[in-house]
Design a protein around this ligand. Sequence first.
Ligand SMILES: O=P(O)(O)OC[C@H]1O[C@H](OP(=O)(O)OP(=O)(O)O)[C@H](O)[C@@H]1O
Ligand SMILES: NC(=O)CC[C@H](N)C(=O)O
Ligand SMILES: [Mg+2]
Length: 502
Amino acid sequence: MCGIVGIAGKSPVNQELYDALTVLQHRGQDAAGIVTVQDGRLFLRKDNGMVRDVFHTRHMLRLIGNFGIGHVRYPTAGSSSSAEAQPFYVNSPYGITLAHNGNLTNAHDIAKDLFRTDLRHINTDSDSEVLLNVFAHELQDLGKLQPTEDDIFKAVAAVHQRCRGAYAVVAMITGYGLLGFRDPHGIRPIIYGERETPNGKEYIIASESVAITSLGYQVVRDLAPGEAIFINNEGQLFTRQCAQATTFAPCIFEYVYFARPDSRIDNISVYKSRLRMGEKLAAKIKREWGENHGIDVVIPIPDTSRTAALELANNLNVKYREGFMKNRYIGRTFIMPGQSQRKKSVRQKLSPVELEFKGKNVLLVDDSIVRGTTCKEIIQMARDVGARKVFFASAAPPVRYPNVYGIDMPAKGELIAHGHTEQEVCDLIGADGLIYQDLDDLIASAREGNPEITRFDCSVFNGEYVTGDIDDAYLERLERSRNDGAKRKIENVTIDLPNVQG
Ligand SMILES: O=P(O)(O)OC[C@H]1O[C@H](OP(=O)(O)OP(=O)(O)O)[C@H](O)[C@@H]1O
Ligand SMILES: NC(=O)CC[C@H](N)C(=O)O
Ligand SMILES: [Mg+2]
């Protein structure tokens, strides 16, 4: 998952873009980038690292202009190379920069067409560079010296015709304005807001509402699937439905893990959805383990599971205790690129408070079990400090299938629940008992916030891919090219394109 932001301001936007990216940092820790524009000139700074490491004062001073876009990256295609940090830039037509959250499922095929038919060069293995070139080609094809909003929306419509998969996008068309658009399934989130200033209205487009509200803008609304928004250089706003057919199916994993709890996505409070996950899981525990379940204390695995664990404990009528302390200087483990780094980080990141475990039957709660890295380590840690019994609960169902829409779970062989029953997973992680949320309950936890959404992308749980273009051959190719071992072999061979001086 990546984080994206774009601002069409009336005063310099560099600091606000930076602030928004720090608010979106949980969506991508590998690389960060900002591009701004002033007087038809672009200023770009991007590199590997967290936001605070990529932008120093000397970079910020050079990121001038009242319009700009930013990105935090969690790679799901290509490599972790700094050359694949975003935003991407293409000089023709007009000079376009683009930042993307999601993953195209047909990037490989389009890349061939871009070369053979559109005579365009792609310099990396990033699907986002492909997406940018498709948009640029379609805009160029209209052959206008000065594109209107109609032209820009036509080019977005053509992107929807050619691209498959998940894409929430912000882009800048130099000299013309700021653009945002969402794929026809609305898989990844994108929302916009506005603010009155003495110089006129300013607009912000971002992955999550918390980036909008924390910067002092008011949320207007989420983009609909297939919809685009364009704010021209004069500050006029246009929105248009650019897809012929749409089937709304937002990603349910945003609610489970990715998004911040203080965001609202598609009119659903992420926080409340997690409370409901806890409530429903408690009901299942009572059903399956009985009222005399023997649990002395409920302990969350920080950070993400806290909200669900709290409500689970309330509903079980058992004490909720913060039995693991998190080192605040270590980021999210799951979105780290390699397994050895992830494993080491769990122990560096979480340490137990012994007195909460000694002689007790503890129920550890996590939002999800994916590779099993976290729970294996944590269960052992709980035993090491004297827990009598260690039960484990997951607020999401077993993750059994790869993700192809912007979450880096490419290899089914790396998923602990793939090909295993729940009892086998319980044995593998070394728990005394394991309980998973039912998929219907997870869906209900999100849906109760907005009953108008009739479908979610739940592919990691049920193997049903909403875009309908994923078959076994695709998944096998993906697994071969992006499993942990294969990723280690991808080298940083691409030369970076111009950055503001490092
Ligand atoms: O089974 P695994 O492969 O270990 O993946 C699942 C774990 O990874 C995530 O935590 P993470 O440390 O990324 O972030 P958090 O601090 O937001 O919980 C998630 O919240 C689970 O704890
Ligand atoms: N997680 C994402 O949204 C990744 C965006 C894009 N596919 C990349 O790898 O850079
Ligand atoms: Mg976690």
